[in-house]
Design a protein around this ligand. Structure first.
Ligand code: URA
Length: 434
């Protein structure tokens, strides 16, 4: 078999066999097939797509490039959630302690911020002392004891994806539905979860800009997952505006704690509860999402998820008293403001522009090796649908340095869209795909 023949077959729109995909991926991981050939193949996939059978085969081949987490000996059920990425999306930090308090375990392996999207690991690491580089043994121990553990992928979990995702990032091949599907599901299969809830985002701050493309991705994920024997459901949710009021690493941890204390913003609570309700159904604790949601609401009101969250911070090396002490004050000293330039309604605060402004601020990064700031970010005082007077405070902004602040402020001002008439409220949850 030769890589060039595989590239040409995909270029010409043919369906690749499992053997061809295994040859390509194995060769890439062991260094016998060079990056330039894999780049050419990825671009051919970008234009020609993949059949459902091919996508499932690629997912399996990628999954088998590494080792899966061994959760034997720990009592389940194991249910995880995965979001396709957004701005201000901190639902993972709310869901894991919530479902753990309901007796469902969440083996959560997350990623880092890249481009305009935030990363759960960067958020968690803004808590003084918190470690996400857990060994497999530590991961198992914390998961068994606390009901959830939150870590990054170890080197041996889906090495093919680590290489391929970095390559796609610099070759314009990220936004390919079969490649996204295989990348996400191979990692989730390796985590050891029995079931998965997917939060597929659409809108300016998402990979998929319109609902139809979001739905196509959701269907690809659900169908491929089902073909591989995973129990899986997907919600299609809006990412035209940042979720919640906080965008930034520590800021988002703080807002997650607000949610666990019953004081979260309405949009973030709504998306979190709808996702949690499905996790509870897949974890066999409720017969349907409505009953699952009631269970989650009652559990939040009990205060137990907050205790689970603080227990996990302690288990993963975080300093809980210091974390609580820093709440409301842990902010970068380089501070700015965005004020309304006209009176009327805010039509929306564009998620993509806020996410991109986060890069010079220090919330996100352009390259995987760049550092992020724990204390940079944006607080949105107003969102779409709110009435403002010219001069009202719309955002408070914290940057890692003065140059970052100067670069971000005009982008953030541009993110605010105005309307004379009250805009139609956004539908946060568009549909469920099972
Ligand atoms: N998230 C992933 O893990 N992989 C992709 O390809 C896109 C988003």
């Amino acid at each position: 078999m030769r890589a060039v023949d595989i590239i040409m077959r995909k270029r010409d729109g043919k369906e690749l066999s499992r053997e061809e995909l295994a040859f390509l991926i194995k060769g890439y991981v062991d260094g016998t097939i060079p990056e330039y050939q894999v780049s050419a193949w990825a671009m051919a996939v970008f234009f020609q797509g993949m059949s459902p059978v091919e996508t499932a085969a690629l997912t399996e081949v990628m999954f088998k490039s590494g080792t899966a987490m061994d959760l034997s000996g720990i009592a389940g059920p194991f249910v995880d959630k995965h979001s396709t990425g957004g701005v201000g999306d901190k639902t993972s930090l709310i869901l894991a302690p919530l479902i753990a308090a309901l007796g469902i375990k969440d083996p959560m392996m997350s990623g880092r911020a890249l481009g305009h999207t935030g990363g759960t690991l960067d958020k968690l690491e803004s808590i003084p002392g918190y470690r996400t580089n857990l060994s497999a043994g530590e991961f198992r121990e914390i998961l068994g004891r606390d009901g959830f553990a939150m870590a990054g992928q170890t080197r041996d979990v889906v090495p093919a994806d680590r290489l391929l995702y970095a390559l796609r990032d610099v070759t314009g091949t990220v936004e390919s539905i079969p490649l996204i599907t295989a990348s996400i599901l191979a990692k989730k299969a390796a985590e050891g979860a029995d079931a998965l809830v997917l939060d597929v985002k659409y809108g300016s701050g998402a990979f998929m800009k319109d609902p139809a493309a979001g739905e196509q991705l959701a269907r690809s994920l659900v169908n491929t997952g089902a073909a591989l024997g995973m129990r899986i459901t997907a919600l299609l949710t809006d990412m035209n505006e940042p979720l919640g009021a906080m965008v930034g690493n520590f800021l988002e941890v703080e807002e997650s704690l607000d949610c666990l204390e019953g004081n979260g913003p309405a949009d973030l609570m709504e998306v979190s509860l709808e996702l949690a309700a499905r996790m509870v159904v897949l974890g066999n604790k409720a017969p349907d999402p409505a009953a699952g949601r009631r269970l989650c609401e009652a559990c939040l009101a009990s205060g137990r998820p907050r205790e689970f969250f603080l227990a996990n911070i302690q288990s993963q090396g975080g300093d809980v008293p210091r974390f609580l002490e820093l709440r409301g004050t842990y902010r970068s000293p380089y501070e700015g403001e965005i004020r309304a330039v006209q009176s009327g309604y805010i039509a929306r605060i564009d998620a993509w522009k806020v996410g991109h402004a986060g890069i010079p601020l220090g919330v996100g990064r352009n390259r995987t090796e760049d550092a992020v700031s724990p204390t940079a970010g944006v607080q949105l005082h107003r969102k779409g649908g709110d009435l403002v007077e010219a001069g009202d405070l719309v955002m408070t902004v914290w940057a890692k340095d003065t140059a970052g602040l100067a670069a971000a402020l005009p982008q953030l001002a541009e993110a605010v869209e105005y309307a004379e008439k009250q805009p139609v409220p956004r539908r946060l949850l568009l549909k469920e795909i099972t």
